[in-house]
Design a protein around this ligand. Structure first.
Ligand code: MG
Length: 296
């Protein structure tokens, strides 16, 4: 086990972080994205192209993308739930799409009202469309470390689902701990079968998010999804607490000598900015306490 020299952090605050909050304005979402660019983020999940009736906080996705423009060297991602969403996201000019399939049949049924097989078919259609536009698709496997409905899901089932999604045209796979059931041991068990060329999308529901990220780092994972301020839940999963806070992972990496390219002080400013927008304290401990030391 050895730590990677550098990792890529995909900042999901503007989508995953805000989706379960009371809606904030498009201008405020753009202000947040701007603050994240200033902090050095290069991978931003900016919106999701879902029905604003289902997720009111994501209304105005195309306006957010248009307002952001295409900053040099920045990969702008959006979540798309179906082919219609993919068409809108591609028309808006996104650089990458994310799609979600749950490893939990029950969660998938409740979240998107499809069987896992139907979801994979949908991913295949989205990938075909995106590929024709030269846009990569990251397939996010939710409940990859356990399901609130079925309990533990076998690592072999996750590896098989990842394989099927790659065969359906996904250019990358991200393993998501949607309801915070991962532990370092389970991270190791799943990565042993999927390989470490995956992203990790971890939640702090049970206080294991950061230690799970550390387990991922030690195993050699180089891609992580995190949210500024530690905001985020799922509008479809009761009790799903926040994502791992970007500033907590950056602070850890700074100490470990793992390069992220992100400035911790600017990032904490972004966390305090989004805190002022959502109108309640953000869960991130590093945003509240500050980094353990600031380099002179
Ligand atoms: Mg999340």
């Amino acid at each position: 086990m050895s730590l990677p020299d550098r990792i890529v952090i995909r900042e999901v605050g503007a989508r995953d972080g805000l989706q379960a909050e009371a809606p904030i304005s498009v201008d405020q979402r753009l202000e947040l994205l701007d603050a994240l660019l200033i902090a050095g983020l290069t991978h931003l999940e900016v919106a999701s192209f879902v029905s604003p009736k289902a997720v009111p906080a994501m209304a105005g996705a195309a306006e957010v993308v248009a307002g952001l423009g295409a900053p040099e060297g920045v990969v702008r991602t959006a979540l798309v739930p179906n082919l219609r969403g993919a068409e809108m996201a591609l028309a808006a000019g996104l650089d990458e799409l994310t799609v979600t399939v749950s490893a939990s049949a029950v969660y998938n049924e409740r979240n998107v009202k499809m069987t896992i097989d139907e979801s994979i078919e949908s991913v295949e259609a989205i990938c075909a469309l995106a590929s024709a536009a030269g846009v990569p698709v990251d397939a996010v496997i939710s409940c990859a470390f356990g399901s609130p409905y079925e309990g533990d899901i076998k690592p072999a089932a996750i590896a098989l689902l990842a394989e099927r999604l790659r065969a359906s045209g996904a250019s990358a796979i991200t393993l998501a701990d949607t309801t915070g059931m991962a532990t370092p041991r389970r991270i190791q068990d799943v990565l042993a079968l999927t390989g470490t060329d995956v992203g990790l999308h971890l939640h702090e529901t049970r206080g294991t998010g950061l230690v799970n990220a550390y387990a991922g780092l030690l195993a050699g994972v180089r891609r992580f999804d995190t949210s500024v301020g530690g905001l985020g839940g799922s509008p479809f999963a009761a009790g799903a607490a926040g994502n791992v806070a970007t500033e907590e992972l950056v602070a850890l990496c700074d100490d470990l000598g793992v390069s992220t390219g992100i400035g911790i002080d600017e990032l904490i400013e972004a966390a305090l900015l989004v805190q002022s927008f959502v109108g309640h304290p953000v869960p991130s401990r590093v945003a509240n306490a500050g980094p353990r030391s600031r380099r002179a």
